[in-house]
Structure formats: structure tokens, C-alpha cells
Ligand binder design. Structure first.
Ligand code: ASP
Ligand code: CP
Length: 334
């Protein structure tokens, strides 16, 4: 694996392998010193050309927990503002000798294009409407932990599907792992063609709400909407929002998910966002071990030595030189 641009790049087995690897990295996070020298000497550049809270912070934390050096490229204070092209920007970063570039960009396809201009591994942290593969991985991680797996589970994804890179990535990943997916939303926010997505479609949230194992809400991507595609926010909430009344009709064990940021009172009522069945913060927490797993797969030596605290020839002791916690090593990884 050289780059991670799309869930389509991963087979079901590779997807599961990344989830398993993330479980092991999650164990590291709970050590007294949550840091290992697996990527010591490597440099990761965060190139976010679009806003982010969760993705940027968790990639940053993930890289630091693996002891990589992290450079935060801030678009607002960079020479991009002086008219420097994306290509020149990427070639400039590449010339300094970095091993990975984590890219978020408002243009679909920008990360794939960037691969042509750098020797570094490129990780897509969200591009236009296209893909957000690490979001899908952390969503699968969260569902697998809570429900034991995705096989045979019924997942509804409700809202602005058409403009959502999260929906496209999640559908790919959920279907690959054997879930049944129903897309729910007004016709104007669904893609024109979804027949090859392997999903069902419903225009009636009330019909679906009581049947699902997971109710996944999406934010309306105002930044990508042209004309008004629904009458009003109030109308949207009434028909497509997970209101308190609708949430009462969810199964008691159902999960409520949202990639964040949430617009409370639009796609999800504030009380529902804080409901005991909401796993929104579990999703956020899963972002760190998932991104550790992805960075490690792309930049690490790639040799897993099962029973010793090493990965390749790098010793996986805490970077500070303290003794590692005396915990059993996760099978297959560290
Ligand atoms: N944060 C997610 C994304 O960047 C979802 C959203 O913004 O609605 O795609
Ligand atoms: N879920 C997600 O990508 O959040 P941010 O836009 O805050 O990174």
C-alpha cells in the first residue's frame, strides 16, 4: 500500500487488517506513555486546504504517537495566498524530504493528482464530494466494536448523500464488510445514479427508523450546495431529521452516528445527539488508532513481528526510554 486515496483501493481483507491493526494501536493509547518509536525519523505533512477539526487533530496525534515529526502546512499563512499553484506547493514540500502528505482539499481528485508530484505517500483526508477513507475506517471500527461486526447489519445513511464524501466512502466500506445499506433523503439530495452502489433507497425516514441497527446522519453540505435543494431548514428537520420523537422509535440497541460537525436542531435534535445510543464521540476517539494504523501501513517497515516488542527492526518501547507497560502484546502486530 503506497497511498490511501479511496476505500475502493482496499479489499475487504485489507480493510479488516487495518481495523485489527487499529485495535492494537488503541491499546498503546491506554499505556501510561502512549507513544512508540515506530515512525521515528519520518516526517508527515498535514496539508489541509479545507477546514477540519477532527481529521486534522487526530492525524496529528496519530503521527506524534508513532514518533513521526509533524509539519502543519497552514494554507491561510502559506504562499498559496500569493498565487502559488498546488503543483508548485506540493513539489516544494516534496523537495524538503517528507515521507507522507495528508491532504484535504475541496476538489475531488486533488489527492490523486498530488501523487504525481511527490515521492511521499499521500493520504486522502477528504476531497470534495469524492472520498474520506479514514472516516469510513473509523466508522467501521466503531460499529464493529459496538455490534461485534457489520455482516448482516442494517445501516441507514440519512441526509445530504449527494454532496457527501463520507456517504460514498461509508457505503463502499459497509457494503464490503457485508452490511445492508439504505440511503434515506429527499430526491434532490440523493445522487442521480446509485444503482451500482449496492444499496436500497428510501424517501421516508419514518419507514426505516425502527428497522435499523445503525442510524447514520449527515450534515447538509451547505458549502457545496448551489440552489436551494429543500424548502427550508424547518421542513428538512421535520421530514429528514432524527428528532426526539423519531429516536424513540429506534431499536433500544441501535447506534446513532454522525461524522461531525453536527448541526444540532437540523439533521439531529440536540437531545438525540447526547442520547445514550449516540456513539459520535466514540467515532472521534476511533480516529486516532485508525489513523495510526494507516500511517503505519504506509510508512512503517511493514514487517510485523508477532511475539517481540518490535516492528521490523524498530523496538516498540515508549519513545521516552521508559519501560513499556507490562501488557501482553496484541497478536499479529506488536
Ligand atoms: N467532516 C466531514 C467531512 O469533512 C463531514 C462534514 O463535514 O459534514 O466530510
Ligand atoms: N468528520 C470530519 O471529517 O470532521 P472534520 O471536518 O472536523 O475533520
Amino acid at each position: 500500500m503506497r497511498h490511501l486515496l479511496s476505500i475502493a483501493d482496499l479489499s475487504a481483507d485489507e480493510l479488516v487488517e487495518l481495523l485489527d491493526l487499529a485495535e492494537s494501536f488503541d491499546e498503546i493509547q491506554h499505556r501510561s506513555i502512549p507513544k512508540v518509536p515506530a515512525l521515528r525519523g519520518k516526517t508527515v505533512v498535514m496539508a489541509f486546504f479545507e477546514d477540519s477539526t477532527r481529521t486534522r487533530t487526530s492525524f496529528d496525534l496519530a503521527a506524534r504517537r508513532l514518533s513521526a515529526d509533524v509539519v502543519n502546512f497552514s494554507v491561510s499563512s502559506s504562499s498559496t495566498k500569493k498565487g502559488e499553484s498546488l503543483r508548485d506547493t506540493v513539489e516544494t514540500i516534496d523537495a524538503m524530504g517528507v515521507q507522507a502528505i495528508v491532504v484535504r482539499h475541496s476538489s475531488s481528485g486533488a489527492p490523486r493528482q498530488i501523487c504525481e508530484w511527490t515521492r511521499a505517500s499521500v493520504v486522502n483526508a477528504g476531497d470534495g464530494w469524492h472520498q474520506h477513507p479514514t472516516q469510513a475506517l473509523l466508522d467501521c471500527f466503531t460499529i464493529r466494536r459496538r455490534l461485534g461486526g457489520l455482516q448482516g447489519r442494517h445501516i441507514a445513511i440519512c441526509g445530504d448523500i449527494n454532496h457527501s464524501r463520507v456517504a460514498r466512502s461509508d457505503v463502499d466500506a459497509f457494503v464490503k464488510l457485508g452490511a445492508r445499506v439504505t440511503l434515506v433523503g429527499p430526491r434532490t439530495l440523493l445522487p442521480d445514479r446509485w444503482d451500482d452502489w449496492g444499496v436500497d433507497v428510501s424517501h421516508d425516514l419514518d419507514e426505516v427508523v425502527s428497522e435499523v441497527d445503525v442510524m447514520y446522519l449527515l450534515r447538509i453540505q451547505q458549502e457545496r450546495l448551489g440552489d436551494a435543494l429543500f424548502p427550508s431548514i424547518r421542513e428538512y428537520r421535520t421530514r429528514w431529521g432524527l428528532t426526539v420523537d423519531r429516536a424513540r422509535r429506534l431499536q433500544p440497541e441501535a447506534l446513532i452516528m454522525h461524522p461531525g460537525p453536527m448541526n444540532r436542531g437540523v439533521e439531529i435534535d440536540p437531545e438525540v445527539a447526547d442520547d445514550g445510543r449516540s456513539v459520535v464521540l466514540d467515532q472521534v476517539a476511533a480516529g486516532v488508532p485508525i489513523r495510526m494504523a494507516v500511517l503505519y501501513r504506509l510508512m512503517g517497515p511493514g514487517q510485523f513481528d508477532d511475539n517481540r516488542a518490535t516492528v521490523g527492526d524498530v523496538e516498540l518501547a515508549p519513545a521516552s526510554g521508559h519501560e513499556p507497560d507490562n501488557k501482553p502484546l496484541a497478536q499479529g502486530v506488536i
